[in-house]
Design a protein around this ligand. Structure first.
Ligand code: OAD
Ligand code: ZN
Length: 222
């Protein structure tokens, strides 16, 4: 079994989604914040955004959907969870076989020497520096950047051999992850999604369960 999650699974924990109605943060769109160009032009602004997210995530908890996926993992012989979320909530809930395909916002990497660190500070300041003097950045994948090649390859392999794929709380609008569900479908997997609204997947997969992840996922797992 394979499960893919997006921002919708963390929404009920209190983290705004990227493409929700309220806008993400101070009226900025994700394209103004989560790009290498934005960071080059205004690293203080991008760090202020990530500090805000670190602070928010440090104060909230994983929800019943995250917890249900841990129970699902424990009850199946072969289970992989691939999340597009960088909030670390699946890890905090206890998921083990987990691929964080877009990175993790509790990790930073140096833009000069490329060293990676875990730093759980809720406020990294506006221009945090590496020991080498280089500017640190969040270790997440921004728009226009490539995904980790090995992680993507593993994800594609699992999609091609899974029997069942469950897609939870993603708008399926950001490639290459948006293409993964149909990869599984075309190889004969049963593909289901849980979402509060229709997505580009809805018309092309086996079943959509319309509703909130935190309510539907535990019922489904049960
Ligand atoms: P989006 O914000 O694009 O989509 C969130 C999805 O969750 C939408 O389809 C909502 O309908 C759905 N949703 C909202 N609340 C829900 C709930 N309570 N239960 C179930 N579904 C709910 O977020 P993603 O698809 O995750 O990338 O976005 C993909 C990527 O775009 C993110 O990983 C991020 C962003 O740019 C990077 O940071 C690289
Ligand atoms: Zn460095």
């Amino acid at each position: 079994m394979m499960v893919i999650t997006g921002a919708g699974i963390s929404a009920e924990s209190g983290i705004p989604t990227f493409r929700g109605q309220d806008g993400l943060w101070q009226n900025y769109s994700v394209m103004d914040l989560a790009t290498p160009q934005a960071f080059a032009a205004n690293p203080e602004l991008v760090w202020a955004f990530y500090n805000w997210r670190r602070n928010l995530i440090s104060q909230i908890k994983e929800n019943p959907a995250h917890q249900a996926l841990v129970i699902l993992e424990e009850s199946l012989p072969d289970f992989t969870l691939v999340t597009q979320n960088v909030d670390g909530l699946h890890q905090r809930a206890g998921s083990k076989n987990l691929i964080e395909i877009h990175g993790n916002l509790w990790r930073v990497k140096c833009s000069k020497c490329h060293q990676r660190y875990i730093d759980m500070s809720v406020d990294m300041g506006t221009l945090p520096l590496c020991k080498c003097g280089g500017l640190l950045r969040p270790d997440v994948v921004w728009f226009g950047e490539n995904l980790d090649h090995q992680l993507l390859q593993r994800t594609e392999e699992i999609a091609q051999k899974c029997d069942v794929l469950l897609v939870i709380g993603t708008s399926c609008s950001v490639y290459p992850m948006a293409a993964i569900p149909m990869l599984a479908k075309n190889r004969g997997a049963f593909v289901a999604e849980i979402n509060i609204e229709e997505t580009p997947l809805t018309a092309n997969i086996d079943i959509t369960i319309t509703g909130k992840a935190g309510e539907i996922t535990p019922l489904l797992v049960k």
